[in-house]
Design a protein around this ligand. Structure first.
Ligand code: HDC
Length: 273
């Protein structure tokens, strides 16, 4: 495990994150620090790990690593404690969980624990999986381990969704979202995106995860964990349609790109508090 590095945030970072995942100017609880219910949307828990020091280099765990070929594959977030502070100092510690060999790709999974620097209390736990194109074939483990909620298949039930939320992203969505901490050039630099095999910069997985998670939060309330698989890419400006099914304590959901009908998020669920 790496030593933790500090992540300090305040109200300004909260508003920037909320706007990055689609908060509107009249959602005062998200965009105005003077509102009585001012808050950060709970998917914010994926942000502090970007400042975590990782105890390994990609080059040491997979062959042919190239940052241009990296895609976000899956994300699992646990929120250990509500309310989430709107300003705090946090410490995140990361570790490598597993490296899976998919033949022409590798799948690398990290775990990051985030605690409050002052109280030591655990606030977030994340598992982040990256899909590394061109990095497989090293005779490694072929299947990811079963990790309960973080790897559940979450197949939508065979009925109409209980709730559907449509949200149009803006052309500037990725340029705005990156200011919350993921500065990967894939989302803003056309030359880099092209080398990664895309016609234009693509939207951050965690941006559309946030948009879908916000929809779940607004329709069903606080959740203790949330898991997604990034099943397809999203271009800034596209419209996202999130379908939700309540199954007991769990909200199973999926997100499609309206313009293409293709799945962007699958295998997803949130367990309600
Ligand atoms: O599903 C394809 C795809 O394009 N998904 C969308 C990816 C995406 O848009 N991600 C978000 C944008 S990238 C981003 O945000 C980067 C960010 O800046 C950095 C994040 C850093 C996080 C911090 C970490 C420290 C694709 C390409 C992923 C897979 O498609 P295919 O190649 O067609 O694969 P397929 O034939 O469907 O499956 C092959 C095997 O791989 C498994 N698999 C598929 N999708 C997966 C995945 N595993 C994990 N995550 C995914 N998303 C399949 O199960 C299959 O395995 P098996 O053969 O064993 O069944």
């Amino acid at each position: 495990e790496a030593n933790g590095t500090e992540f300090k945030y305040g109200e300004r970072d909260v508003m920037l994150y909320n706007l990055g995942i689609g908060a509107k100017r009249n959602d005062l609880r998200y965009v105005f620090e003077g509102n009585d219910e001012f808050q950060v949307i709970p998917t914010f828990g994926v942000i502090p790990p970007f400042d975590a020091e990782m105890p390994y280099n990609m080059d040491d765990v997979v062959p042919n690593f190239s940052p241009m070929m990296l895609l976000h594959g899956e994300q699992y977030l646990e929120i250990k404690k509500y309310p989430i502070p709107t300003s705090a100092r946090l410490i995140s510690k990361g570790k490598l969980l597993e490296v899976v060999d998919k033949g022409n790709a590798a799948v690398v999974k990290n775990a990051v624990t985030t605690v409050n620097a002052e109280t030591g209390e655990e606030l977030f736990y994340n598992e982040m999986t990256v899909f590394l194109r061109g990095c497989g074939g090293f005779e490694g483990q072929k299947k990811p381990a079963d990790r309960g909620a973080s790897t559940a298949a979450n197949k939508p039930p065979n009925r109409m969704p209980d709730v559907v939320v449509e949200e149009k992203t803006t052309e500037e969505q990725a340029a705005l979202y990156r200011l919350s901490g993921d500065y990967n050039p894939l989302h803003v630099d056309p030359a880099f995106a092209k080398m990664g095999g895309f016609k234009q910069p693509i939207l951050h997985g965690l941006c559309f995860f946030g948009i879908a998670g916000k929809a779940v939060y607004e329709k069903f309330g606080k959740f203790k964990n949330i898991k997604v698989r990034f099943a397809g890419t999203v271009m800034p400006g596209q419209t996202l349609v999130t379908e939700m099914w309540k199954e007991g304590n769990k909200v199973i959901f999926q997100t499609k790109v309206k313009e293409t009908g293709k799945l962007a998020i699958g295998g997803a669920a949130a367990e309600l508090l």
